[in-house]
Ligand binder design. Structure first.
Ligand SMILES: *Cc1c(COP(=O)(O)O)cnc(C)c1O
Length: 413
């Protein structure tokens, strides 16, 4: 499947090469000369492409063919071609904005929450997002997370029975070759307490050719496995991507989506509405909408948190609930994801709650008289649980005014 633009840019490349993901990876564009063929680069882009030390650039021919050469504000262009604005410092800038290093328990293994871990399995991506939250490790050649690191990660997971959910990320896990991925998934599946595997990926949008029938079958063999795709703009949803999503969904792989909210790219309620509707049509459930992290290079993409709240207001109630993601701010310095939403609960007494609807109507909900609260003292599920965080505070346990928990404090004892 070829677009007219891809044939215009690569007239001599036969379809079977174009459709081969390895060809796409080995023909990525990175230099001024290569990219000037695709789009009229401006001075800031030219300067950035020639600046030492900026985050890696590498753009698959497929992705390059999606860039609109006539649209200076093309949302694909802005996500992958650097400008000198990346070099701008800003208040709050961090190189590790989520303090992942402080929660790293083995090479590339981040254990922040009690029952799940983030497992970085490679530093390679198919193309590099200018706003990468993990640019401190991603894209660095020669610093790949390989088999040796995977072994150390698997050892930690095997030794920690509280880990029931393993989230593979990187880099992009789907850039691992079939055999490597299959082995890794097999090893995880062999750990009895690992109930759920998740994969975070941008491959469907940067390199849809990688979503082969063989790959879909490998993923399907390791269920329960959820695939979460990172997509930011409706223009990323090409016919090739629709085929890739259908192949995964038909294989029985449940699909979720995450989106980073960015100035000039998708900070428009109607663009976001178009994106989430089309995702649901393609059997992909919008999961998170992220506030842009305070990471080096991403300053010019940031929006006020108010922008996200306004977008959520435009989604909830106005389209299928399935299409509405949760807007989250990932706490700077590593406290975890914080959901942020418009206020719907306006006030409350023992008798009544005052709420407002998406349409702006005020309503009251009569509270049930004589409700007898759940009795934790006679509940087997509660007897076995150890509440932490604010859930514990509500029960009169735990401490107030704590800093973000350090890793050791989160471990059940
Ligand atoms: C986002 C994230 C997770 C997964 O969080 P969910 O809310 O369960 O999707 C796990 N670990 C880390 C370090 C994360 O950043």
């Amino acid at each position: 499947m070829r677009s007219r633009r891809s044939i215009e840019l690569y007239p001599d490349v036969p379809d079977e090469r174009w459709d081969d993901w390895r060809w796409q990876l080995s023909h990525r564009l990175a230099s001024v000369a290569e990219l000037a063929r695709v789009v009229a680069l401006d001075d800031s882009e030219r300067a950035a492409l020639q600046t030492e030390g900026l985050f890696r650039v590498d753009i698959t021919p497929y992705l390059a063919s999606l860039i609109d050469p006539h649209d200076r504000a093309c949302p694909i262009r802005a996500q992958v071609i650097p400008t000198m604005r990346e070099a701008e410092a800003f208040e709050g800038l961090r190189s590790d904005s989520l303090a992942e290093a402080a929660h790293t328990v083995a090479p590339g293994l981040v254990h922040r929450y009690s029952d799940r871990v983030l497992m970085l399995v490679t530093t390679e991506c198919a193309s590099y997002c200018r706003f990468c939250t993990r640019s401190r490790i991603v894209g660095k050649r020669g610093e790949n997370l390989g088999p040796e690191q995977h072994e150390a990660q698997l050892r930690y997971i095997a030794a920690h029975p509280e880990v029931r959910d393993v989230l593979l990320s990187g880099g992009d896990p789907l850039l691992l070759h079939d055999r490597v991925l299959e082995r890794l998934l097999g090893r995880l599946r062999a750990i009895e307490h690992v109930e759920v595997i998740r994969i975070g990926t941008r491959v469907p949008f940067f390199l849809p050719q990688r979503i082969t029938a063989t790959l879909a079958a490998i993923l399907a063999r390791h269920q329960p496995l959820w695939l979460n795709v990172h997509v930011n703009h409706p223009r990323e949803l090409t016919p090739e991507v629709a085929v890739a999503h259908a192949r995964l969904a038909d294989a029985g792989v449940p699909l979720g989506a995450q989106t980073v909210l960015m100035a000039g790219i998708n900070d428009c309620p109607n663009v976001m509405l178009a994106l989430v509707r089309e995702l649901v049509r393609q059997r992909v459930r919008p999961y998170y909408l992220y506030q842009c992290d305070l990471v080096r290079g991403a300053g010019h993409f940031r929006t006020p948190i108010a922008t996200g709240v306004e977008i959520m207001e435009a989604l909830r109630g106005h389209t299928s609930g399935y299409a509405v993601p949760t807007f989250v701010v990932d706490a700077p310095d590593g406290g975890g994801k914080i959901p942020v939403a418009p206020q719907y609960l306006l006030s409350m007494s023992d008798e009544r709650a005052v709420l407002r609807t998406f349409a702006g109507m005020l309503t009251t909900y009569e509270q049930p008289p004589g409700y007898r609260p759940h009795d934790r003292s006679t509940c087997a599920a509660c007897a076995a649980a150890r509440p932490t965080g604010v859930a514990a505070l509500l029960q009169g346990r735990g401490e107030t005014s704590r800093p973000a928990p350090r890793h050791e404090e989160r471990q059940p004892t």
